[in-house]
Design a protein around this ligand. Structure first.
Ligand SMILES: O=C(O)c1cc(=O)[nH]c(=O)n1[C@@H]1O[C@H](COP(=O)(O)O)[C@@H](O)[C@H]1O
Length: 245
């Protein structure tokens, strides 16, 4: 029953779609044509540094106006006051979620959290990036960190939780560890998702959509496997079907 509803494009997934499609386009018309093929009942959308730098806040507002939940992924990392003000600017756009870098430290994260309190019921989720999914132990070592990616993710996720944020960006490879070490309600947002057989590209710590959900990820950020698909809507529906447990 559930799966046939999803095949028809309408399902209970609309209540809380797990897939966040990363819109990384450099042409506005391509992005708009792509979004027209999708449906806010089937996915949320992420706007990151590439599109925000090209097309700015009006693009984000346009997606919010189309009833999409938008994750504004600008990974703020600066002095606490600057990050707090940037978070408010993001919240003013009506986004569903925004992020900072956990490595900006506890003071920066606390300022960010406090800056959003005034939004009360309209407060976006605030999460922190731990270790980018494109990084492995060698990359961490090159920036002076001797821990494994898993150890570093756990350390930064605990710090993020202690600062009162809603969750983290991590790879799905760390999801089960974080769910058992922090709390069930602490959101795990995981990019580096690759359906079986799709190219990894620059991602290193990857998992399939189903593995990620089984590991405890709350939201799966997926870009190229959907945006570069010949039939993005069908690919999205297939991925949604693959994560029904
Ligand atoms: O914060 C993010 O969204 C993010 C964090 C991270 O560790 N890794 C990561 O890939 N991302 C973003 O997630 C998206 C992944 O896209 P694809 O690799 O095309 O699926 C990109 O827009 C990245 O900017």
């Amino acid at each position: 029953m559930e799966s046939s509803l999803i095949n028809s494009g309408v399902s209970n997934i609309k209540i809380d779609p797990k897939i966040v499609v990363a819109l990384d386009f450099d042409q506005l018309n391509q992005a708009e044509a792509f979004v027209e093929k999708l449906d806010p009942q089937l996915c949320r959308l992420k706007v990151g540094k590439e599109m925000f730098t090209h097309f700015g806040p009006s693009f984000v507002k346009g997606l919010v106006d189309k009833n999409y939940d938008v994750f504004l992924d600008l990974k703020f990392h600066d002095i606490p006051n600057t990050v707090a003000k940037a978070c408010q600017a993001a919240a003013d756009l009506g986004v569903w979620m925004l992020n900072v870098h956990a490595s900006g430290g506890p003071k920066m994260m606390e300022y960010a959290r406090e800056s959003l309190e005034k939004y009360a019921a309209n407060k976006p989720l605030l999460i922190a990036v731990t270790v980018l999914t494109s990084m492995d132990q060698q990359q961490l070592k090159a920036i002076g960190i001797d821990s494994t990616p898993e150890q570093q993710v756990l350390k930064l996720a605990k710090l993020t939780s202690n600062c009162g944020l809603d969750g983290v960006v991590c790879s799905a490879q760390e999801s089960s560890l974080l769910k058992s070490s922090i709390s069930e309600s602490f959101k795990l947002v995981t990019p580096g998702i690759r359906p079986e057989g799709s190219a990894k590209g620059d991602q290193i710590r990857v998992m399939t959509p189903k593995q990620a959900i089984l590991a405890g990820s709350d939201y799966l950020v997926i870009g190229r496997p959907i945006t570069q698909s010949a039939d993005p809507l069908n690919t999205l529906i297939e991925i949604n079907n693959s994560i029904i447990l």
